[in-house]
Design a binder for this molecule. Structure first.
Ligand SMILES: Nc1ncnc2c1ncn2[C@@H]1O[C@H](COP(=O)(O)OP(=O)(O)OP(=O)(O)O)[C@@H](O)[C@H]1O
Length: 426
């Protein structure tokens, strides 16, 4: 789908941050390790034109839902700006946000949980009209409910108006949830995985309905999903998220035809997986997403990146990951030969551009250095070695000095914008 001709921005987001404080123990506060937070959204900026559909795509925990909720004022941002038609929403008291809520609606993943089982659709849909005082009198409310049921394809409307959620199929429930979201005449709808709990057979129908509604009643969508294939079908533009940041943003054509960020490339390679929830990058050097409370230095993706190079942010923790991976893959003999030369691996967990690899008890740091040099020779393609400036034996271990890393902003490429140092201008 090609991008619509942009008219004007409905939403402007600048450097938005949502940090959640972690419950830290008294002891951890005493030892100076308290006050940790998860940077669920960590400096996100984008514009959304009227009538546009923007996909937020990324693995679990990348911050998609928190960003979507922050746009609607359902989560209080820590810092930054969200403007709706030029009007600042961040920092407004609830009293000022309330009248704006009818313009900002959300559709959730689980239609069953989002509908009250004890209410008929007539009652459930009338509720927001009454709260926002959008109709005068029962007859007008009832007519508006019927009109909306018709819009979402729930007809005969007389029958559906008196139905309870338990009378409906999954697809019909999601239609009812969409009806409730659109009945107040919103401008922006954040749809959070709206089809992922539905049968395959009805997913496309619900997305078709949402596209149809966009044209008929002028909606703008933010579509939150794990599933790049559905984003390709539904969106005009896509923002790929990783650990609270947008790492690439572009039109659907740019993202799918010419992905720039190594993370986007890995996500796209994973698309043929029939179960979209499992369609996550499998072919990366290291699989796991890092802890969002302790993001990697430099580019947050560098520990998993097959294309990482010297300035990507190598640090002490990466050395531990590489040693452990080598021993897991290399088998027992390799482990038995190499592991005793190294002391407590937890000492490598502190973030920092210098790594100090302690020698094993009674072991010679020179032997440890020789082992690390041997690993470097055997694994020349391991990107970490590109970032090693020096390795020297000291009294109790080996000190490794890494090239200082750079935390990349979104750079212009010849198509999309990508937060990757491969595109850093000279
Ligand atoms: N209320 C909260 N308190 C503390 N941490 C939170 C809270 N909500 C989200 N997080 C954390 O923020 C990060 C982003 O979560 P979020 O749900 O926004 O990601 P997501 O990409 O939508 O993931 P999923 O696809 O699994 O829903 C995660 O590390 C999550 O654990």
């Amino acid at each position: 789908m090609s991008a619509p001709v942009a008219t004007k921005n409905l939403i402007e987001v600048r450097d938005l941050q949502v940090h959640f404080g972690l419950n830290t123990s008294f002891k951890s506060r005493l030892t100076g390790r308290g006050g940790a937070s998860v940077k669920a959204v960590d400096g996100v900026s984008f514009d959304l034109a009227e009538g546009e559909v923007l996909g937020l795509v990324g693995e679990s925990g990348s911050g998609k839902t928190t960003l979507g909720r922050a746009l609607l004022g359902l989560v209080r941002p820590t810092a930054g700006s969200v403007k709706l038609r030029g009007e600042e929403l961040v920092g407004q008291p609830e009293r000022a946000l309330r009248p704006k809520r009818r313009h900002l609606q959300m559709v959730f993943q689980d239609p069953h949980a989002s509908l009250n089982p004890g209410m008929t659709l007539q009652t459930a849909l009338a509720h927001p009209l009454q709260i926002h005082k959008l109709t005068s009198g029962n007859a007008e409310t009832e007519a508006k409910v019927r009109e909306t049921l018709e819009l979402v394809g729930l007809y005969p409307t007389e029958r559906f108006a008196t139905s309870y959620p338990s009378d409906l199929s999954g697809g019909q429930k999601q239609r009812a949830a969409i009806a409730r979201a659109i009945i107040t005449g919103p401008d922006l709808v954040v749809a959070d995985e709206p089809v992922s709990m539905l049968d395959m057979s009805v997913r496309a129908k619900i997305l078709d309905l949402m596209i149809d509604l966009k044209h008929r009643i002028g909606l703008t969508y933010v579509y939150v999903t794990h599933d790049l294939a559905s984003a390709k079908f539904f969106c005009d533009r896509v923002a790929i998220m990783y650990l609270g940041r947008i790492v690439e943003i572009g039109t659907v054509d740019e993202i799918f035809e010419n992905p720039k960020h190594p993370y986007t490339q890995a996500l796209i390679r994973a698309i043929p997986e029939p179960n979209p929830d499992k369609a996550l990058p499998r072919d990366l050097p290291r699989g796991e997403i890092p802890d969002a409370a302790r993001p990697p230095l430099g580019c947050a993706f560098h520990p998993r990146c097959p294309k990482a190079f010297d300035i990507c942010g190598w640090e002490s923790r990466d050395m531990r990951a590489i040693l452990e991976q080598r021993w897991v893959e290399g088998g027992e003999d390799l482990y038995n030969a190499e592991r005793p030369l190294v002391g407590d691996l937890e000492k490598l967990d502190e973030a920092g551009h210098d790594a100090f690899v302690p020698a094993g008890s009674g072991k010679d740091p020179g032997a440890l250095l020789a082992m690390l040099e041997k690993i470097r020779e055997e694994e020349p393609d391991e990107p970490l070695w590109k970032g090693v400036n020096a390795m020297n034996a000291e009294a109790h271990g080996v000190r490794i000095a890494f090239e200082p890393g750079i935390d990349p902003p979104l750079y212009d490429t010849d198509s999309s914008r990508a937060a990757c140092l491969l595109y850093k201008p000279e």
